[in-house]
Design a protein around this ligand. Structure first.
Ligand SMILES: NC(=O)c1ccc[n+]([C@@H]2O[C@H](COP(=O)([O-])OP(=O)(O)OC[C@H]3O[C@@H](n4cnc5c(N)ncnc54)[C@H](OP(=O)(O)O)[C@@H]3O)[C@@H](O)[C@H]2O)c1
Length: 143
C-alpha cells in the first residue's frame, strides 16, 4: 500500500480497535495518521509508541493540541476547525475518516450525531474519491 501522502483520521484511537487501526495504518500506509482523541496524554504516548516500536517516520503521527470529545458539540466544532487549519496549512485532504470512538456506548445518539457533525465539517476536506453519502472511505464502526 503506497499512501505516503494520504491522511487518515481516526477518532478514539487511544484504545481498542481505534488504537489497532492507528498502529496498522501508520506502519502499512506510510501516510499521516491523525489521532483524534479526547485524552491528549494517551494520544501522545501512542504516537511515541508507534515511532519507537514500528520505526515510523517522525511527523507522520499527528496529535493536535485540542482534545476531541465526541459527546460535546463545542469540542467537535473546535477540533474540526483546528484539523481543517492543519490540513490547509499542509495542503492535504483526508483520504479516510474512521469514525470509531464509542459509537456503541451510551449515550449512543450523542456520539453518533457528533460523528456525523464531525464528518459534515470535513466534507470539503475529504479527497473527492474518498467521500460519498454511502460512507465509502468514511467509515462508521458500529454494531
Ligand atoms: N469491540 C467490539 O467487539 C465491537 C463490536 C462492534 C462494534 N464496535 C464498535 O467499534 C468501536 C470501537 O470499539 P472498541 O471495543 O475498540 O472500544 P473501546 O476499547 O471502548 O475504545 C473506544 C475508544 O473511543 C474513545 N471514546 C469513547 N467515547 C469517546 C468520546 N465521547 N469522545 C472521544 N473519544 C471517545 C475512547 O477514548 P478514551 O481512551 O478516552 O476512553 C477509546 O479510545 C466502537 O464504536 C464500538 O461500538 C466494537
Amino acid at each position: 500500500m503506497d499512501a505516503s501522502e494520504s491522511v487518515f483520521v481516526i477518532t478514539g484511537a487511544t484504545h481498542g480497535l481505534g488504537r489497532a487501526c492507528a498502529m496498522e495504518l501508520a506502519q502499512v500506509s506510510g501516510g499521516y495518521v491523525v489521532l483524534a482523541c479526547r485524552n491528549l496524554s494517551d494520544a501522545s504516548k501512542l504516537a511515541n509508541t508507534i515511532y519507537k516500536d514500528f520505526n515510523v517516520k517522525k511527523g507522520r503521527v499527528i496529535v493536535l493540541e485540542e482534545p476531541l470529545n465526541l459527546c460535546e458539540e463545542t469540542s467537535v466544532r473546535k477540533y474540526a476547525l483546528l484539523l481543517s487549519n492543519w490540513l490547509k496549512s499542509n495542503s492535504k485532504s483526508i483520504k479516510t475518516l474512521v469514525n470509531n470512538a464509542g459509537l456503541g456506548q451510551v449515550p449512543f445518539s450523542t456520539n453518533s450525531v457528533c460523528h456525523k457533525l464531525f464528518r459534515a465539517f470535513h466534507v470539503d476536506n475529504l479527497a473527492p474519491a474518498s467521500y460519498s453519502w454511502s460512507y465509502h472511505k468514511c467509515i462508521f464502526w458500529n454494531s
